[in-house]
Design a protein around this ligand. Structure first.
Ligand SMILES: *Cc1c(COP(=O)(O)O)cnc(C)c1O
Length: 481
């Protein structure tokens, strides 16, 4: 049994695996956060794998472990101040391991009744947190936010253009267009391509001084599009922009979408976690009016990737978007009042994504997450305070722990080259990971985001020290030129 391996090898393999996982979680902070990017070195390592000589199982596992230790950004590191990639929660790791071993198939309900019911239960629980009526909440687990956003797009199209189902875009008289803030997520460009709309269908609406979608510009663009013979069908609000954590005015956009008969989608991939915190919940006011919501459990809820969630308060829309029947799939669902996930999702064969969310939430509880997210929010405030003391200038305004800032001390402190050089130095030092982005699509900034449950006050101070050191190095280099 070549794939099963013998008992003795399996024992050694599992033991090695568990030790590796334990050691990584315990020691990750001793590693450089980011690797050097050595493409040729990695390719040379792989060149010896021509798959003619079978490798010992434990040896193969060791190869993968050593490679990953050396050649990846360690997003579980407490000083990874990055792009919403969290340290995976222990229960999430356990769940994903169990899922790999049991391999439940989530295409058909009857193949995995417990898994399906767990996901249904979670969809309703999260819907309720966002203010939906749980009995009406439908949705599906996805690979991530990008798939959830694409599911939103296809839902909106199918809902607003019934002839699209059979005739596609050729059945429509007018070009469909939809609206998103210029700081919204670019997965919508891909979604527009994949749905056949083309990227011209995406109307990027300018943002106001606070980086929120400018509602007057949105209204003007909708009027213009209607005059030009286009067919507006959806508004996407962002609850927590990727660059700076800004939340669009959801109440106002919900009202406008309703008046204009547009599908209202809220992309809350990261920021949606604010719904779990009573003090932060008001910043999401209006999300309950959304026709659909994107939320990523693999961001602030710290489950391993990928765990996207698509939620909708229309309990038949996924059915209209995804329904098919086949002879070869099981048909038991029909008489049982249950749903086969392959008729409610872009995916067909599907991994049991929900278990890592279920077990993490069951063990931490809503309360556990609330405490954690509050701590991270407080650390965000500490970072802002420390940056100001050390003459860095915070330029974004959000209650969420994303901080965008400039160098308030150096003459070139707001130039893109200078800020890129500082981020580069910090990353190269291995002490922390931060990045740069642009606000309002023009102003270059440094960006540090806290998503990691292991990050502590001392890590914030270490980041400040790394930034100060990088600034000195960069200033010295600039003066030499
Ligand atoms: C991360 C993110 C996405 C994309 O989600 P993935 O899980 O990476 O596919 C979409 N929108 C927003 C606002 C995000 O932060």
């Amino acid at each position: 049994m070549i794939l099963k391996l013998n008992d003795e090898t399996r024992q050694r393999l599992w033991q090695q695996l568990i030790e590796t996982i334990e050691r990584y979680a315990a020691d990750v902070e001793q590693l450089n956060v980011a690797p050097e990017l050595k493409r040729e070195e990695i390719r040379a390592l792989l060149a010896s794998f021509d798959f003619t000589q079978p490798l010992d199982a434990v040896e193969a596992l060791r190869f993968a472990t050593e490679g990953l230790l050396k050649y990846q950004v360690h997003t579980p590191h407490p000083r990874y101040f990055g792009l919403f990639n969290p340290a995976p929660a222990t229960m999430g790791i356990a769940a994903d391991t169990l899922v790999a071993a049991f391999n439940p198939q989530l295409a058909a309900w009857s193949h995995s009744p417990l898994a399906n019911e767990i996901e249904r239960h979670l969809i309703r629980a999260f819907g309720e947190r966002f203010g939906y009526d749980p009995a009406m909440t439908d949705g599906t687990f996805c690979s991530g936010g990008a798939e959830a956003n694409q599911t939103a797009l296809i839902s909106a199209i199918v809902d607003r253009f019934p002839q699209f189902d059979e005739e596609g875009l050729r059945g429509l008289k007018a070009q469909p267009v939809f609206y998103i803030s210029a700081q919204g997520h670019h997965s919508f460009l891909k979604a527009a391509r994949f749905c056949g709309l083309g990227t011209n269908a995406v109307r990027w609406i300018t943002t106001d001084a606070g980086d929120k979608m400018d509602v007057a510009s949105l209204e003007a663009q909708i009027r213009k599009d209607r005059t030009d013979g286009c067919a507006p069908f959806m508004v996407v609000a962002t609850a927590g922009t990727t660059s700076s954590g800004v939340i669009d005015d959801l109440e106002q956009l919900a009202r406008l979408a309703a008046n204009e008969s547009l599908w209202f989608h809220v992309d809350a991939a990261w920021g949606g976690a604010a719904a779990l915190i009573p003090e932060l919940r008001p910043i999401l006011a209006g999300i309950e009016h959304a026709d659909s919501i994107t939320f990523d459990a693999h961001k602030w809820l710290s489950v391993p990737m990928g765990a996207g969630i698509y939620l909708t308060r229309h309990d038949n829309i996924l059915d209209r978007a995804c329904r098919i029947t086949t002879d070869y799939m099981p048909h038991d669902a029909a008489g049982m009042g249950v749903i086969d996930p392959y008729t409610h999702s872009l995916q067909w064969s599907r991994r049991f994504i929900g278990l890592k969310v279920f077990l993490s939430l069951a063990v931490a509880g809503w309360k556990g997450y609330e405490i954690l997210i509050k701590e991270q929010t407080a650390l965000g405030n500490l970072l802002r305070q420390q940056l100001a003391i050390h003459e860095w200038k915070v330029v974004n305004d959000t209650p969420l722990p994303i901080v965008c800032f400039l160098d308030g001390k150096s003459p070139a402190g707001s130039s893109a080259t200078h800020l890129d050089a500082i981020a580069g130095e910090v990353v190269k030092s291995g002490k922390a990971w931060i990045s740069t982005t642009r606000l309002n699509n023009k102003m270059p900034v440094l960006r540090a985001c806290l998503t990691n449950y292991k990050t502590q006050a001392e890590d914030i101070l270490a980041l400040i020290a790394a930034l100060d050191e990088a600034r000195e190095g960069v200033n010295a280099a600039e003066q030499r030129h």
